[in-house]
Every structure is written in structure tokens, then in C-alpha cells.
Design a protein around this ligand. Structure first.
Ligand SMILES: Cc1cc2nc3c(=O)[nH]c(=O)nc-3n(C[C@H](O)[C@H](O)[C@H](O)COP(=O)(O)O)c2cc1C
Length: 325
């Protein structure tokens, strides 16, 4: 029996951001929010030592591995690896518009090949017992009708995918950088709501432009879950309310300063294994987002962490120097 994840809230997969150090820090704030890895291409997993890419701390669970690829067999092989490493689910990236993804024939361009996505999902799902999910766009280039989106979901769900994460903005494959394509064209939440209405048995997770838990909560009356990307990275403290506000579970009750204290022994351990401290502190730059002294903290930590000789006391020093509360 496949284990159901509670997808009410997730932090989006983000390259160069949702690495294992960011995820560990986030997990200190919320036990229940689903976390995602950065996208890993099947080529990376097949042609290099997968250990550094797949390793995670069990505290990060529930954790979904996101894969980029388009070959059913190799995707299935990588899904098996993910299962053996203990990931909660595997997600197939059908939303990335980058040139690299297009050149490799994976990511958003796969929306034009729903049959191939269905075959990938079916082969992966036949290989593992953890869920295979798909993250995609509402449309791509000139294929942006509701009918095309519904056809995609129909085929891929028949292949065994029961959870769809829909980025409510269509992908433009030429003329816009991936960064620009995260701002334009306009978001269309209504299209995602309509999918939930027409496919009530599927889990539909909405993504794109959701800035806080209040907005997340209002989407939850129309869909099964919400995925937040940039807002959660820029202002991770918003996740401190997630367990109580979204999951109706015991509230997180540490202050930011207590959180820093709690992270210090772990940072020490990571540094002793040779991890540069800046690899971790960069994820904490947004900890005081919107607070008096928050910008100063950002500057103090980014300017001084690399000169700290790896000593996590730099976090306390910056805290004290910025008169934070
Ligand atoms: C820096 C960055 C890297 C991203 N990398 C990925 C990725 O690896 N896989 C993916 O599916 N989406 C990726 N995305 C897209 C996000 O998952 C998300 O769909 C998008 O940012 C919209 O959500 P938001 O408005 O809440 O940020 C990335 C976004 C950003 C900002």
C-alpha cells in the first residue's frame, strides 16, 4: 500500500537553494511541510557517484526527490535508487523551461509529449512503491488551453500519477529566461482550481506567486495543497507557523535566537566534515526578513561568514551586532 503524504504545504524544489543544508534548517521550523530536493538530472545520477547528491539527514523527511529526464528506463532506475535511499516520493520535473532542459528534452518541453510523460510515470511507478508525482505548468508556448492541460492530466493520471503540482503560469520556451518566466505571463489560479473540480480523485497542489500562509490557506479551500518557492526561501521564518496554522499540529515555539543556538552544534559538525560554513549560512540570510535590523543581519552574515574560519559563533556575533529581537 502506497503511503499517502500530507501535501497541504510544501517548499518548492529550487536549484542552488533547496540543498540539504537549507532543508535541515527549514526542518527545524516545521515538522510537517513536505520538502523537495533541487532537480537532479538522471545523467548526473547515472554518470557520477550518486552519494553526494542523494545523501540526506532523516530529519528532513518527508522529502521528495525531483528528477529531470525523459527516458522511462533510466528514470525508473533513478526512482529505485531514491526509494532505496529512503525518499518519501519521486517527482518528475515537467516545468523547467531552461535551455539546458530543452536541449536535453526534459522539463517543460515534455508537456508537448503527454504520452511520453505517461510512459515515464508508468515505468517508474511499476518499479517502486513510493509515489511518483509530476510538477508541471498550466501550459507551454501556444499550447495553453484548458483542454490541453486536462488531456495531459488525464493521460498521466491513467499511467499511475495521483498527485500533480501545477505551477499556475505557462512556460515560454523561447524569448524569456527561466527567471523572467517566473514573473510573466500572468498566473492563472482558476485553471488549477478547475482541474481539481474536474479530477476530484487526484491530489492537486497549486504553485506560483504564493507569498504567505494566509494566501496558502485560502487556496486550500479549492485545492489539496500549496507549494511555496521564493517566499519560503527569502523569508524562511514564515514556515515557523506552518505546523499550527496549516497542519493543525503543535506550534513551533522557539525564537529566532533560540533557533540559531539550536543550529550551532549541527553547523559545527558539518564544518568539521569539510563543508564551507558559507554553504550553510547563505540559507540563513533571510532569517530576519522584514524585521528591524534584518537587512543589517543579511549584510553582516554574508560579509563575515567566509572570514569566520568556519566558526558558527559568527551567527551569534552578527545577532548581537545587529540589535535584533
Ligand atoms: C532559484 C530557483 C530555482 C528553481 N529550481 C527549480 C527546480 O530545480 N525544479 C523545479 O521544478 N522548479 C524549480 N524552480 C521553480 C519553483 O519550484 C517554483 O515552481 C517557482 O519558483 C514558482 O513558485 P514561487 O512563485 O512560489 O517561487 C526554481 C525556482 C527558483 C526561484
Amino acid at each position: 500500500m502506497m503511503q499517502e503524504l500530507n501535501y497541504k504545504l510544501a517548499v518548492a524544489p529550487m536549484l542552488h537553494r533547496t540543498d540539504r543544508w537549507f532543508r535541515y534548517c527549514v526542518r527545524m521550523l516545521t515538522k510537517h511541510t513536505v520538502l523537495y530536493t533541487e532537480m537532479l538530472t538522471v545523467n548526473t545520477l547515472l554518470h557520477t557517484d550518486p552519494q553526494p547528491f542523494l545523501f540526506f539527514d532523516p530529519i528532513e523527511l518527508p522529502l521528495v526527490l525531483q528528477l529531470g529526464g525523459n527516458d522511462p528506463k533510466t528514470l525508473a532506475h533513478c526512482a529505485k535508487l531514491a526509494e532505496s535511499w529512503g525518499y518519501s516520493a519521486v517527482n518528475l520535473n515537467v516545468g523547467c523551461p531552461s535551455d539546458r532542459a530543452q536541449a536535453g528534452g526534459f522539463g517543460a518541453c515534455l508537456m508537448l509529449q503527454p504520452e511520453l510523460v505517461a510512459e515515464c510515470v508508468a515505468t517508474m511507478q511499476a518499479t517502486v512503491t513510493i509515489p511518483i508525482t509530476v510538477k508541471h505548468r498550466i501550459g507551454i508556448d501556444h499550447q495553453d488551453s484548458y483542454a490541453a492541460l486536462a488531456h495531459f492530466i488525464e493521460l498521466v493520471s491513467q499511467a499511475g500519477c495521483k498527485t500533480f503540482i501545477i505551477h499556475a503560469r505557462k512556460a515560454w520556451l523561447s524569448g524569456l529566461s527561466p527567471r523572467e518566466n517566473r514573473q510573466v505571463p500572468a498566473l492563472d489560479y482558476a485553471m488549477v482550481y478547475a482541474i481539481k473540480q474536474n479530477f476530484p480523485a487526484l491530489k492537486i497542489i497549486i504553485n506560483g506567486g504564493i507569498k504567505d500562509l494566509q494566501a496558502a490557506s485560502s487556496h486550500l479551500s479549492s485545492v489539496d495543497g500549496v507549494m511555496i518557492g521564493r517566499a519560503a526561501y527569502d523569508n524562511p521564518w514564515l514556515l515557523a507557523q506552518a505546523d499550527s496554522y496549516i497542519f493543525d499540529k503543535p506550534a513551533f515555539d522557539l525564537t529566532r535566537q533560540e533557533l540559531i543556538q539550536r543550529l550551532i552544534p549541527w553547523i559545527q559538525q558539518e564544518v568539521s566534515k569539510g563543508i564551507p560554513i558559507t554553504r550553510i549560512t547563505k540559507h540563513l540570510l533571510g532569517l530576519f526578513y522584514g524585521q528591524p535590523g534584518g537587512r543589517l543581519w543579511r549584510r553582516c552574515l554574508s560579509e563575515n561568514a567566509y572570514m569566520s574560519g568556519g566558526d558558527p559563533a559568527i551567527l551569534q556575533d552578527c545577532y548581537a551586532a545587529c540589535s535584533l529581537k
